[in-house]
Design a binder for this molecule. Structure first.
Ligand code: GLY
Ligand code: MN
Ligand code: MN
Length: 435
């Protein structure tokens, strides 16, 4: 049996942090049209999922401390729709199985919200995500304010973005979430090893993509947490390459950035390896530079370190290596000050990881970097990308793209690399990729 999130504990944590006159309003994600009359497979909004595990669209959740803290608005039971589209739990199921203390059909949201808003001073709500939802809320606010003139109850006058409370809770992973992230990391590492074994010269990138995503689903996961990048040769210099339709050539490196979800908690792993089982001297030199910076950055992940300092360390390490290899010339400090390294390393080193691949939680507060604390999970993903047309660079380096990405949990004493079972040393990769 795959583990499931402890939604009740998540709800309790949120309720415990709300004052009696504070409330939270969250809307579900809409269903998106793919083409014609076909929608994309539905993926719940991560906030809704974190709180309730509700799997369907047309949902809103209201949270306010008190006797009935959780109110859900959901699609009602409908035998015809259930025959065509799928089973629905309805408001009854929301109460029986999804932790709602009160539940209504979604069409009753507007009327009920006018009632619920009265007596609330502070509302946590993500203005700007959907103009339709904003308009609905503002309409309800106006009606609630009118009623307040008569009954003297407060209506919200202070609004907080979810970043302040809900997303701060999601940033600090609980034990149940770590179980899921470890499982996502495990199946994703397994998929990368399968890819390394399969990705010999002559194979098409999409064949490797299929093998990876098969591994995610056959393990019982919810699928890829983001479109898989399978980039052979200089395709690896396109950071978000997802076309995946080239043929792997002898002598090329293959960069794969792919992570599977378990109960919608995703891993995010990148590995880069030689299709024919042997790094060339230039490939190896760049690979060792990226790996060195990555290992140093992982070693720096511990409580008290700052999010920004991790990136600064990687920039320094990579710049020193680029100078050592002759790809940059000048003083390291000056090359950093002038962003010269950005020609070959143009993205950040880390992001939070959880239900969203670029997970919620602020990276800085009041102009200062976030300080790492136990329970936070972040990626460490340095890379080097030498454009194929970099005529001023020795030809053997051109068109090489390398990224190495692991998922790292901050622990009380340091860190745990959740994705450690995905090999990354030169010797390990050459052994696994031997043809
Ligand atoms: N796979 C997306 C990222 O690495 O940020
Ligand atoms: Mn990432
Ligand atoms: Mn990635």
């Amino acid at each position: 049996m795959l583990p499931v999130p402890d939604f009740a504990a998540h709800r309790a944590a949120l309720i415990a942090r709300l004052a009696p006159d504070e409330a939270v309003l969250i809307f579900g994600a809409p269903s998106f049209r793919r083409n014609g009359d076909t929608d994309f497979k539905y993926r719940p909004d991560s906030d809704i999922w974190w709180l309730t595990g509700w799997p369907d669209p047309e949902v809103a959740v209201w949270v306010r401390p008190g006797e009935s803290p959780i109110t859900m608005f959901v699609q009602p039971r409908d035998p015809e729709m259930e025959t065509w589209v799928g089973r629905r739990a309805g408001p009854e199921g929301a109460k029986a199985r999804f932790g709602a203390d009160a539940a209504f059909a979604y069409e009753n949201l507007e009327g009920e919200l006018v009632r619920l808003l009265q007596g609330v001073k502070v509302l946590h709500y993500a203005f700007g995500a959907s103009s339709e939802q904003d308009t609905l809320l503002l309409r309800c606010m106006a009606k609630a304010a009118k009623a307040a003139r008569r009954n003297g109850l407060d209506v919200p006058e202070t609004f907080h973005r979810p970043t302040r409370l809900l997303h701060d809770l999601r940033l600090h992973k609980t034990e149940d979430e770590l179980v899921l992230l470890r499982e996502a990391a495990r199946i994703s590492a397994e998929a990368h090893v399968i890819a390394m074994r399969a990705g010999r010269p002559g194979v098409r990138e999409f064949e490797i993509e299929a093998a990876i995503e098969h591994t995610f689903r056959i393990a019982g996961g919810t699928g890829a947490g983001y479109p898989s990048i399978v980039a052979a040769g200089d395709n690896a210099c396109i950071l978000h390459y997802v076309t995946n339709d080239d043929t792997v050539q002898d002598g090329e490196l293959v960069l794969i950035d792919a992570g599977g979800e378990v109960a919608y908690y995703t891993a995010d792993i990148t590995r880069t390896w030689p299709a024919n089982g042997r790094f060339s001297a230039a490939q190896k030199a760049l690979y060792e530079a990226v790996l060195k910076s990555q290992l140093e950055a992982i070693a720096a992940v511990k409580p008290g370190a700052t999010f920004w300092s991790i990136h600064d360390g990687v920039i320094r390490s990579l710049t020193e290596s680029l100078v050592g290899l002759g790809l940059l010339t000048g003083e390291v400090d000056e090359l950093i000050r002038t962003d010269a390294f950005k020609r070959f390393y143009m993205h950040g080193t880390s992001h939070w990881l959880g239900l969203d691949v670029h997970d919620v939680g602020s990276y800085a507060r009041d102009g200062s970097s976030r300080v790492l604390a136990p329970g936070m999970v972040l990626t460490i993903e340095p890379g080097l990308y030498i454009p194929p047309d970099a005529d001023d660079v020795p030809s053997e380096y051109r068109g090489i793209g390398i990224r190495i990405e692991d998922d790292v949990l901050v622990t009380p004493t340091g860190n745990e690399v959740l994705t450690a079972s995905a090999p990354k040393s030169v010797a390990e990769l050459e052994a696994i990729c031997a043809r």
